[in-house]
Design a protein around this ligand. Structure first.
Ligand SMILES: C[S@@+](CC[C@H](N)C(=O)[O-])C[C@H]1O[C@@H](n2cnc3c(N)ncnc32)[C@H](O)[C@@H]1O
Length: 372
C-alpha cells in the first residue's frame, strides 16, 4: 500500500446509509466471523499497529491464509487488497456482500471486491474510516491509530449524562461512550467526518447520538460530564489548525489550548475530560505549566492524571512542513482531568510510559481518579 495518494486521484465517494436493520446485519456478520480486536491482534502483532498498517516495519510479518475468514476481512478492509467475491462468500451471506456494495464499503470489479475504506474492530464496535494512507485530494476521516485505541481503552466506563466527542472523525469515541452515557454528541468541523460518524453509529445500532458540524464548541449549547478529545496536534508550517485531521497550526497547540481554555465553561463539576494529543512543548517547559496558562489560573479546580510520556524523537509523517526545532520537552499521551467540587485539585503522573496495550490488543490502563 502507498503512503501518499496524489491530487489527481479521483475523489473517494463517502459511505451510504441503508436501512437500519441491514446496517446492523453488517456488524452482526462481522461479529459472527469473529472479526474482533483480539483475533486481529493475534495475526498482526500488537493491535494499534493496525492503525499504521502502511508501515510494514511496525507490523509482524503476516501472510494471509486464503481460507481464513478473519484474514479475508483484514485483507479487504485493512490492507485494501483485492479479494475474490467467491472467497468472501465462503464466509458471509450474499446479503452481506450486497450490503457492503450498496453502502460503498466495497466496490466490485468483475469477480473481485476491493475497498477504498478501512473497517476496524474496536472494543466490540465496528468503525469505518477513510483508507489508511495520506490522501490530500479529500479532507480525510482519520483511520484508527494507536491513539484512538489508547483513548478508547482508557475511559472508565461508568454511567454519565452527556458525552461530547470533540473532533470526532469516525465517531469512534462517542459510539463507545454511548453505551454508558444517556446522550452523546459527535462534533467535527469536517462534514465528511460527520457522514462517517453517522454511518458508524447506524452500523453499531446507536440511537442516542447527535451529530453537529462545529468549530470546537462554537455550535453547541450546554455542558457535559464526559469530554473526549483527540484534536489535530502536529506543528505544521504548511497548514492552518483544523485544515486536516493532523495539523494543530504552526505551534501545534492552537486547538488544544482552546479546548483546555473552555473546560470551565463546558465540563460540569464532577465531570471528566480526556485529551489525547502530542503536546509539542517548547524546550524547558512543562505540561503542567502550559495547562496552568491555558486554564487561566483555574488548574487547582482539577484533579489531573498525566498519562503522557516524553517523545523527543517524534517523527511527523503527515505535515507538509514539519517542525524542525528542539523537541526535548515534547510529550505524547492522555491528560485526564476531573473537575472537583471543592477546588482542591492535584496533578499526578499516572505512568503508562506508552505501554498501554496487552498482547491481545486491549488497553490495560484505565484513567480512574478515585484510585489516586
Ligand atoms: C486526530 S482526528 C481524531 C479522530 C477521532 N476522534 C479519533 O480519535 O480517531 C481530529 C479530528 O478533529 C477534527 N477537527 C479539526 N479541527 C477542528 C475544529 N476546529 N473543530 C472541530 N473539529 C475539528 C478533524 O476534522 C478530525 O476529524
Amino acid at each position: 500500500m502507498v503512503l501518499i495518494a496524489t491530487k489527481s486521484e479521483s475523489v473517494l465517494a463517502p459511505v451510504i446509509l441503508i436501512d437500519s436493520r441491514r446496517m446492523e446485519n453488517i456488524a452482526g456478520e462481522l461479529a459472527r466471523c469473529e472479526y474482533t480486536l483480539s483475533n486481529c491482534a493475534k495475526r498482526l502483532g500488537v493491535f494499534p499497529r493496525l492503525g499504521v498498517n502502511f508501515w510494514p516495519a511496525l507490523r509482524r510479518k503476516w501472510v494471509p491464509e486464503k481460507g481464513d475468514r478473519v484474514d479475508t476481512l483484514l485483507e479487504l478492509f485493512i490492507d485494501g487488497n483485492d479479494v475474490p467475491v467467491d472467497r468472501l462468500k465462503r464466509h458471509v451471506s450474499a446479503a452481506f456482500v450486497d450490503a457492503i456494495l450498496e453502502t460503498r464499503l466495497a466496490e466490485k470489479d468483475g469477480a473481485i471486491l476491493r475497498s477504498k475504506l478501512c473497517l476496524f474492530p474496536c472494543y466490540g464496535k465496528y468503525i469505518v474510516t477513510d483508507q489508511a494512507c495520506k490522501n490530500t485530494a479529500i479532507n480525510q476521516v482519520m483511520w484508527l491509530w494507536g491513539e484512538s485505541f489508547i483513548l478508547g481503552g482508557l475511559v472508565k466506563r461508568v454511567p454519565r449524562r452527556r458525552v461530547i466527542d470533540l473532533g470526532t472523525g469516525s465517531g469512534v469515541h462517542a459510539i463507545l461512550a454511548s453505551d454508558h452515557c444517556e446522550s452523546a454528541v459527535c462534533l467535527d468541523i469536517n462534514p465528511r467526518a460527520l457522514e462517517f460518524a453517522r454511518f458508524n453509529a447506524a452500523l453499531n445500532g446507536k440511537r442516542n447520538i447527535e451529530f453537529v458540524l462545529s468549530d470546537l464548541f462554537n455550535s453547541i449549547d450546554g455542558t457535559c460530564d464526559l469530554l473526549l478529545a483527540n484534536p489535530p496536534y502536529l506543528p505544521d508550517g504548511g497548514a492552518q489548525a483544523g485544515d486536516n485531521f493532523w495539523s494543530g497550526g504552526i505551534e501545534g497547540t492552537n486547538l488544544l489550548r482552546r479546548i483546555v481554555h473552555d473546560l470551565p465553561l463546558r465540563l460540569e463539576r464532577g465531570g471528566t475530560a480526556h485529551i489525547i494529543a502530542l503536546y509539542p512543548l517548547p524546550a524547558a517547559t512543562s505540561l503542567k505549566s502550559h495547562f496552568r496558562v491555558w486554564l487561566d489560573g483555574a488548574l487547582d479546580q482539577y484533579e489531573v492524571l498525566d498519562h503522557t510520556w516524553p517523545v523527543p524523537h517524534y517523527q511527523d509523517l503527515l505535515s507538509e512542513k514539519p517542525f524542525e526545532g528542539d523537541k526535548s520537552a515534547w510529550r505524547f499521551g492522555v491528560v485526564s482531568l476531573r473537575r472537583t467540587q471543592s477546588g482542591a485539585g492535584w496533578w499526578k503522573d499516572a505512568g503508562g510510559g506508552g505501554m498501554f496495550f496487552r498482547e491481545d490488543g486491549s488497553c490495560w490502563v484505565v484513567a480512574d481518579h478515585d484510585e489516586f
